[in-house]
Ligand binder design. Structure first.
Ligand SMILES: [Zn+2]
Length: 348
C-alpha cells in the first residue's frame, strides 16, 4: 500500500524526455504526410528549443536511459529519410543555433537522384493537370478500378484542396485523394522493385514519363560525409530500401539492417548505433535483429515520451508539423504530459 502510494506520488516527478521527428525543411506544393516544416518555422523551432529546452543528441539521451540518468525535459531532434534539404537547408540553421540532431538515412536512395515512391505517387495523382477518366490496375493480385469523374481535370479548387489535405488526420476531400490513399496502401508493404514496377504502370496510365524533381532528391554521399564530420550531428540507419520491416521475413529484415549499418559506417568511418524503423514498423523479430546487428537503440513513430522504463528499441517520437515557434513550445509542454503507452503510427 505504502509502496503504491509512493509510486503515485513519485510518478509526476519522473524524468521525461522527448524525441522529435522531422523529415524535411522545405516549402512543398502538397504535403499529405506532413513531412515538411518551412525554413522560417524551423528557425523559430530552433530559437524556442535553444531558449527554453535542453536539446541533447539522441545518443546522449539513450546513454542517460541506459545509465539510469535520464535528464528531465531533455529533447532530441531527429530527421528521417535523408532528403537533400536536410543538408542544404536544415544543417546551416542547426549550425547557426548550435543545436544537435540525428539524421536517419535510407542508404538505397543516397545520391540516386530518384524520388521516394510516396512523393512520386503524390505528385502523379494530386498534381497532374489531366488524367484519364478511369483507372484499372492490378496490384498484388488485387484489381483497383477507379472512376475519377469530373476530377480527371485538375481545377484550381481541387488543387487548393490538395494543398491543404493532411492524410490520416482529415478525410480525403477529393476523389483524387481517395485514389492516392488506395494506391498508397497497396504499395506501402511491397518490396521496392515491385513498388517501382507498379509506379511505372501508374505513370503510363497518367501519360507522363515522370521526371525527378530536384527538391525531392536524397542527399549524396559527399553531403552525408560532410554532415557526419560535424560534431553536432549523428548519423543513424533508416534501412536500405525503406521497407515495412514487420511485413518482411526475419532474414530480409536482417539484410536491411546489417547492410545499411555497414554502408553508413564505411561511408562516414564511424560506428552507427541508432536505427529508425521506416513507417515505425517493427515486430519482436525486428527488435531482436536490431540488437543483434549492433544497434544500441531504435526509434518508432509512436507518440510517447521517453521515461526511465522505456524500451530502448521502441523509443517513441513526436511528429513536428509546420508550426510557428510558440505553437511548438505549447506542444512540447503538452507532450511531456502524454501517457507513456500512447499509440499513433506515422506513415512515412
Ligand atoms: Zn522514412
Amino acid at each position: 500500500m505504502i509502496r503504491q502510494l509512493l509510486h503515485t506520488i513519485r510518478k509526476p516527478y519522473e524524468p521525461k524526455a522527448l524525441v522529435l521527428m522531422y523529415h524535411r525543411v522545405a516549402a512543398l506544393e502538397t504535403d499529405v504526410w506532413r513531412l515538411a516544416v518551412r525554413p522560417q518555422h524551423f528557425e523559430e523551432h530552433l530559437q524556442v528549443l535553444r531558449s527554453n529546452w535542453r536539446v541533447v543528441p539522441l545518443a546522449e539521451l539513450v546513454d542517460g536511459l541506459t545509465n539510469h540518468r535520464l535528464r528531465r525535459n531533455s529533447i532530441a531532434i531527429t530527421f528521417d529519410d535523408g532528403y537533400a534539404d536536410n543538408y542544404v537547408t536544415a544543417r546551416p540553421l542547426l549550425e547557426k543555433y548550435n543545436v544537435p540532431a540525428t539524421f536517419f538515412i535510407c542508404t538505397g536512395k543516397l545520391g540516386s537522384g530518384a524520388e521516394f515512391w510516396w512523393d512520386e505517387l503524390e505528385h502523379l495523382i494530386l498534381s497532374t493537370e489531366e488524367l484519364p477518366h478511369t483507372l484499372g490496375i492490378r496490384i498484388n493480385q488485387e484489381l483497383i478500378s477507379f472512376d475519377l469523374g469530373d476530377e480527371w481535370h485538375l481545377t484550381e479548387d481541387i488543387r487548393q484542396k490538395h494543398q491543404q489535405w493532411k492524410a490520416f488526420v482529415q478525410e480525403p476531400p477529393t476523389l483524387r485523394c481517395i485514389l492516392y490513399l488506395k494506391l498508397w496502401e497497396q504499395l506501402k508493404s511491397l518490396p521496392s522493385h515491385l513498388q517501382q514496377e507498379y509506379l511505372q504502370q501508374v505513370k503510363v496510365w497518367a501519360g507522363t514519363p515522370g521526371h525527378t524533381r530536384a527538391a525531392y532528391q536524397s542527399m549524396n554521399l559527399e553531403q552525408l560525409k560532410d554532415l557526419a564530420w560535424n560534431r553536432l550531428f549523428h548519423i543513424g540507419s533508416h534501412t536500405v530500401s525503406h521497407p515495412d520491416l514487420a511485413s518482411l521475413s526475419p532474414s530480409a529484415q536482417q539484410q536491411e539492417l546489417v547492410k545499411s549499418k555497414r554502408f553508413l559506417e564505411e561511408a562516414i568511418s564511424r560506428e552507427v548505433t541508432l536505427l529508425a524503423y521506416p513507417y515505425g514498423s517493427c515486430n519482436l523479430e525486428t527488435v531482436r535483429l536490431a540488437a543483434e546487428a549492433g544497434f544500441h537503440a531504435a526509434v518508432t513513430t509512436q507518440d510517447c515520451p521517453v521515461v526511465s522504463t522505456s524500451a530502448k528499441y521502441k523509443l517513441g517520437r513526436f511528429l513536428v508539423d509546420d508550426w510557428g515557434g510558440k505553437q511548438l513550445d505549447t506542444y512540447l509542454k503538452s507532450w511531456l504530459t502524454t501517457k507513456v503507452n500512447a499509440h499513433a503510427h506515422f506513415p512515412a
